[in-house]
Design a protein around this ligand. Structure first.
Ligand SMILES: CC(C)(COP(=O)(O)OP(=O)(O)OC[C@H]1O[C@@H](n2cnc3c(N)ncnc32)[C@H](O)[C@@H]1OP(=O)(O)O)[C@@H](O)C(=O)NCCC(=O)NCCS
Length: 135
């Protein structure tokens, strides 16, 4: 996961294997993977937080992230989740298009939230999607 994360997030500080191990050891946190792509989410009190999502450049634009997130959202809904949210860099056009396709809505903006490897700061967008509760 650290390797894929490093390849996919070219402008951010890469997350280490140790950080992934710690993250995945936290309660209510789980990961899904497919074709050198993965998503990590945490469901707490009915709210799914999408913590990270990455697809290796060699496997992008093949529907992997869409499939992973669709699965994550469906499972959260089955487990009683009522909404999903995430933060993303405001200038990440691929992520914007992906979440738009999944019908997430913009609910907030955090100024200068991310600090890039080169020191430049970037706003975060907060997106939310209501989940349809399934029985
Ligand atoms: C964003 C990311 C996860 C998308 O992964 P992916 O597997 O390539 O995405 P998919 O193939 O499932 O694409 C689904 C939809 O997202 C949109 N999309 C994905 N990549 C896009 C791009 N480069 N440009 C424009 N739209 C894009 C499109 O709407 C696409 O649907 P379409 O192919 O029918 O047009 C991938 O580009 C990535 O890992 N980027 C770096 C890390 C990152 O930004 N993670 C998300 C942080 S919030």
């Amino acid at each position: 996961m650290a390797d894929i994360h490093n390849q996919a997030f070219t402008r951010e500080r890469p997350w280490t294997s140790e950080e992934f191990t710690l993250l995945l050891g936290q309660p209510n946190t789980r990961s899904f993977s497919l074709n050198r792509s993965f998503a990590v989410g945490r469901l707490i009190l009915g709210e799914l937080e999408i913590l990270t999502l990455a697809c290796a450049p060699s496997h992008q634009r093949q529907g992997n992230a869409f499939a992973l997130l669709s699965e994550l959202l469906a499972i959260a809904s089955k487990e009683g989740g009522h909404s999903a949210f995430l933060e993303m860099a405001a200038d990440n056009l691929a992520a914007k298009a992906l979440y738009n396709k999944l019908e997430f809505e913009l609910v907030g903006r955090r100024s200068d939230y991310y600090r890039r490897k080169d020191g430049i700061r970037c706003d975060a967008l907060v997106l939310r999607k209501r989940l349809i509760l399934s029985q």
